[in-house]
Design a protein around this ligand. Structure first.
Ligand code: SF4
Length: 714
């Protein structure tokens, strides 16, 4: 057996440390890394099955070019790089930089993310680069920026164990972030473990054993948390000294909350809850100083997702429950490197180092650092509108990396039509066949987990190394290398001379320190950005290879920072956090006679995204083997379907086929279907084709949790 390599799980945002080794017969063995602070040796069932997913079956092993006749043929890397560079250069020359775009992924390593953003925003001069992280946590990003002045998660996982009360909102933590849930559960086995409240329309595995479950009516979270703010004020639980010294906007936010949600009985009616349960939740929150409110996709994936995030943060600011052990609002990210992507400007409205693309002074900082020929002048298109622009012919070349938008985006049939008309579609992927790769003119073989070399950042701001322990199969290459080669062929000789991910990481770390803390040229006081990796810029190659997991901001001594804002100073230029006035509003599309049920979507325990890796593991497939739609028995009866039968789920945007289940715990009037299946694994089973494309007006995050549908016999 080979010596165990310390690396990081490539699935959810918990970012568990993994010890990986290879037997003499080629079998990959994995175990939780007891030295990694995120998981302390634990792994969930998906992480434990990683060894099943790394074989050569189905891998894309060499570049492929599709000719005008539609025939796909093996090509050399040289031919493929030239085709991409020529295509992008021609389209930029004929139609301008905004006619090209990139759609990337929270699966990329930070180093990959950094160079593709640099090429797009600094060299091509377009901000049309967005990421599938837009679909999962962009509302949290926008909420953090509004409240704190920067996209930061204030706390750390230990807070969940040190809390007296953990509130889980819109999160089936037991299935979607299992190791975190295990940590909470283990803490509850002690005498002083936290009490747990779950706020979720469904009764999920997370609710089993909770002290209180609020089966909230979908879309009404803002009202519930505005009601909490009002309750805290009326019961004298707020902290006026903290509010005066460290925040702004409290009076306006409180007035709006009072006007809308001052009466718990009314809140209960609007949220579809029992008044006694609402009051019980409010009392628990009021009585416990140490409260962590952990939230996930049930909050973010909504047309009022950003307001939901801020309604939660408002309650923590009002009580000063932030920046200290065992307390704070906590956004838990879906993907392994959603956070790292955010750090290097992975979203179309962001620049690297948490700088804003819409701020001229911030653009100056980045361009001065990069010494680049261009800097994108305006924020680019967000995921849904980016694919709309492809469909309308405004974007003519699109490079997709490590994601499968033909399955995962809302209104996915429209996405397919857009890809079909796009002049040049480039896909970088580890597997040959996906629903999206079917539209590629150029396929570039990428490295997978076990082969990649770089860093990821978890939900608690912890940077960990992904280290290779397997050889690259066939001609697969790192994504950063492919991007650099294309950049150089497009004439950008300077700026992309990287020979190793270490050099990219060092440049990224340098940029986080570049003119951070200095007053800006126009006299505006600089925001104090917390994303601070400056000391890591001194790492040599050996130290980078040996880098131990560390939470940014990193101190001069190289130590991490578990909690932010302990000094009450936030990242807005005046150092104050902001209360954001929020008002509840209904989801974009209401159920009606034709579409009387509301479709909610999400993950199951043992599959990941569009199953291109996890479906290779028999033990993971054993959990739930086919697409399903979970319904209340009364709704099934009214719809003319029964448990175990196949049914068609139909919305105004499309339809899918799934097997009816009465999994229990689902509100009448709602149905649930998982996001994972595609045409590759089951016929007519893409839930993305059913989901409506409405987005949050601030974050651009789609409303995956609320699409009116009907269910009919198949
Ligand atoms: Fe991987 Fe997440 Fe499971 Fe940890 S909890 S092993 S990061 S899937």
């Amino acid at each position: 057996m080979s010596e165990a390599v310390r690396t990081t799980c490539p699935y959810c945002g918990v970012g568990c440390g993994v010890l990986a080794s290879v037997d003499a017969d080629g079998t990959t063995r994995v175990a939780g890394d007891p030295a990694h602070a995120s998981n302390l040796g634990r792994l969930c069932v998906k992480g434990s099955a990683l060894g099943d997913t790394v074989g050569p079956e189905g891998r894309l092993l060499h570049p492929v070019l599709r000719g005008q006749d539609g025939v796909a043929q093996r090509a050399t890397w040289d031919e493929a790089i030239q085709r991409v560079a020529d295509g992008f250069s021609r389209i930029v020359a004929e139609h301008g930089p905004d006619a090209v775009a990139f759609y990337v992924s929270g699966q990329l390593l930070t180093e990959d993310y950094y160079v593709v953003n640099k090429l797009a925003k600094g060299y091509l001069g377009t901000a049309n680069i967005d990421t599938n992280s837009r679909l999962c946590m962009s509302s949290a990003v926008a909420g953090h920026k509004r409240a704190f002045g920067e996209d930061v998660v204030p706390g750390c996982y230990e807070d969940l164990e040190q809390a007296e009360l953990v509130v889980l909102v819109g999160s089936n933590t037991a299935w979607c972030h299992p190791v975190l849930f295990q940590r909470v559960t283990a803490a509850r086995e002690g005498r002083d473990g936290p009490r747990v409240v779950v706020i979720d329309p469904r009764f999920t595995a997370t609710c089993e054993g909770a002290d209180l479950h609020l089966p909230i009516r979908p879309g009404t979270d803002v009202r519930l948390f505005n009601g909490l703010l009002s309750f805290l004020f009326r019961h004298g639980v707020i902290d006026p000294d903290f509010i005066d010294a460290h925040t702004a906007g409290f009076d306006q936010a409180l007035a709006a909350a009072e006007a809308e949600s001052g009466d718990p009985a009314m809140v209960a009616r609007q949220c579809g809850l029992q008044t006694a349960d609402v009051v019980a939740f409010y009392r628990l929150f009021a009585r416990h100083e140490k409260v962590v409110t952990l939230f996930s996709q049930g909050v973010n994936q909504s047309t009022s997702g950003t307001d939901k995030v801020n309604a939660i943060i408002n309650c923590h600011l009002a009580t000063a429950r932030i920046g200290r052990p065992g307390m704070g609002p906590f956004s838990i990210t879906g993907q392994p490197n959603a956070m790292g992507g955010r750090e290097v400007g992975g979203l179309s409205n962001m620049l690297a180092a948490h700088l804003e693309l819409g701020e001229p002074a911030h653009r100056d900082i980045v361009q001065a650092f990069w010494q680049s020929p261009h800097i994108a002048g305006t924020p680019g298109l967000k995921a849904v509108e980016l694919f709309d622009a492809v469909g309308e012919g405004r974007i003519k070349a699109l490079w997709i990396m490590a994601t499968n938008p033909a399955v995962s985006l809302p209104d996915a049939d429209k996405v397919r039509a857009a890809l079909a008309r796009c002049e040049l579609v480039v896909c970088s992927d580890i597997v040959e066949r996906t629903d999206t790769n079917a539209y590629a003119h150029v396929l570039l073989p990428a490295l997978g987990w076990g082969e990649k070399d770089g860093t990821v950042t978890s939900s608690e701001r912890r940077i960990s190394r992904q280290r290779p322990f397997l050889p690259a199969p066939g001609e697969a290459r790192a994504d950063w290398r492919a991007v650099c080669e294309v950049a150089k062929r497009m004439g950008f000789e300077r700026g992309f001379e990287f020979a190793h991910p270490h050099e990219i990481f060092v440049e990224h770390a340098q940029l986080t320190a570049f003119r951070n803390r200095e007053p800006l040229a126009d006299g505006v006081p600089a925001a104090r950005r917390q994303l601070q990796l400056g000391p890591l810029a001194k790492l040599d190659r050996r130290a980078y290879d040996a880098l131990a997991p560390v939470q940014w901001p990193v101190t001069e001594q190289g130590a991490g920072t578990p909690r932010l804002f302990a000094d009450g100073r936030f990242s807005h230029a005046d150092g104050r956090a902001r209360f954001v006035t929020t008002a509840s509003r209904a989801p974009a599309h209401a159920a009606d006679r034709e579409y009387p049920l509301v479709l909610n979507t999400g993950r199951i325990r043992d599959q990941w995204h569009t199953m291109t890796r996890t479906a290779r593991s028999p033990r993971l497939n054993n959990h739930i083997g086919e697409p399903f739609v979970d319904m209340h028995p009364h709704d099934a009866l009214r719809s003319g379907v029964r448990e175990g039968s196949l049914a068609r789920v139909v919305s105004r945007w499309g339809s899918m086929v799934a097997r009816v289940r009465h999994g229990g715990g689902i509100l009448a009037g709602t149905v649930f279907a998982p996001i994972h299946w595609s045409d590759q694994f089951a016929s007519d089973a893409r839930v993305g084709g059913v989901v409506n494309p409405a987005v949050d007006p601030v974050s651009g995050e789609p409303e995956f949790k609320h699409t009116p549908v009907r269910v009919e016999p198949f």
